[in-house]
Design a protein around this ligand. Structure first.
Ligand code: DCS
Length: 289
């Protein structure tokens, strides 16, 4: 039997239902997190929970549980669902209230849900790299909030998929921002460059792990805006996310990135990232790049 978390209680997943007037359902009025689980252990749990809190506070939702309470509930969910390798999806909305754009007054409680998804590491793509397209970034100007409103992201991802690609690299004019569900990195003169964490992108937890690994291993990094021209001339390009880890990009809009195979620095970062997973979650057996 599968279980889910609904407002602090772990119940049978098929019984975890929300009202049609939940503001998440009607307005996308809420925020979410995706947390990776390896060997039954959450990877970078504290970072995800603090972003969950930050996102919710930035739209005026007060979380009904502390990070510690949430961690305990999520660990219980992992155990009850026998989750070894996979993801936890968790979201909170402003709650259930008669439909009105204004925030509800009175004691409307936020709706908090979480469930687990089995999922192995995308080893084939990690080894071979993925193809991408370019698309104008049409999203709002608070991409730092992990909002449930993902229409701009969905349209971009769908367009990529229809062209046989894994991801859409978004840009505002000449400036590259981020993928539809990932952060984008280039390597230029041996330096790893990725967009600074401001209102135009989501501050990826994976991005921060990668930047820390670079700093610890004397790999030069720059967090700054880079242009489409720099992307086109890059020595290497890769993307990062909770589920995609350090994913080589080998093609952009039908044009190969350099020789069209994952670059050496990308592969080195994959190796360092895998070691970081093992440091936090234990040895990966039959699950390595
Ligand atoms: N940018 C966007 C727009 C994202 O949606 C994500 C992750 C990232 C960057 C990378 O952030 P993390 O490194 O913290 O994952 N999106 C999640 C999602 O919706 N599914 O999987 C990951």
């Amino acid at each position: 039997m599968e279980f889910a978390l609904l407002n602090g209680e772990i119940i049978e997943r098929s019984q975890a239902k929300v009202d049609v007037e939940d503001r998440g359902y009607q307005f996308g009025d809420g925020i979410y997190e995706v947390i990776r689980v390896y060997n039954g252990k959450m990877f970078t749990a504290a970072e995800h929970l603090s972003r969950f809190k930050r996102s919710s506070e930035s739209i005026g939702i007060t979380l009904p549980f502390s990070s510690l309470e949430l961690t305990e509930m999520l660990n219980e969910l992992i155990i009850k669902n026998n989750l070894n390798t996979g993801n936890i999806y968790m979201q909170v909305t402003r709650g259930v209230a008669p439909r009105n754009h204004l925030f509800p007054t009175g004691n409307v409680v936020p709706t908090l849900t979480a469930y687990t998804i089995n999922g192995v590491r995308p080893l084939e793509n990690l080894k071979s790299g993925v193809k991408t397209i370019l698309t104008e970034d049409i999203r709002w100007l608070r991409c730092d909030i992990k909002s449930l409103n993902l229409l701009g992201n969905l349209l971009a991802k769908q367009k990529a998929s229809e062209q046989g690609c894994f991801e859409a690299i978004q840009h505002r004019g000449q400036d590259v921002t981020e993928g539809s569900s990932s952060n984008i990195f280039i390597v230029k003169n041996g330096t790893v460059i990725t967009h600074e964490s401001n209102h135009l992108i989501l501050k990826g937890i994976t991005k921060d792990v990668i930047l820390n690994l670079c700093m610890k291993n004397n790999i030069p990094v720059q967090e700054r805006t880079f242009s489409l021209a720099e992307l086109e001339e890059a020595e290497e390009v890769f993307l990062s996310s909770t589920t995609a880890e350090v994913m080589p990009i080998i093609e952009i809009d039908g044009k190969k990135v350099k020789s069209g195979i994952p670059g050496p620095l990308t592969c080195k970062l994959q190796d360092l990232f895998q070691k970081e997973i093992e440091r936090q979650c234990g040895v990966l057996v039959d699950n390595e790049i």
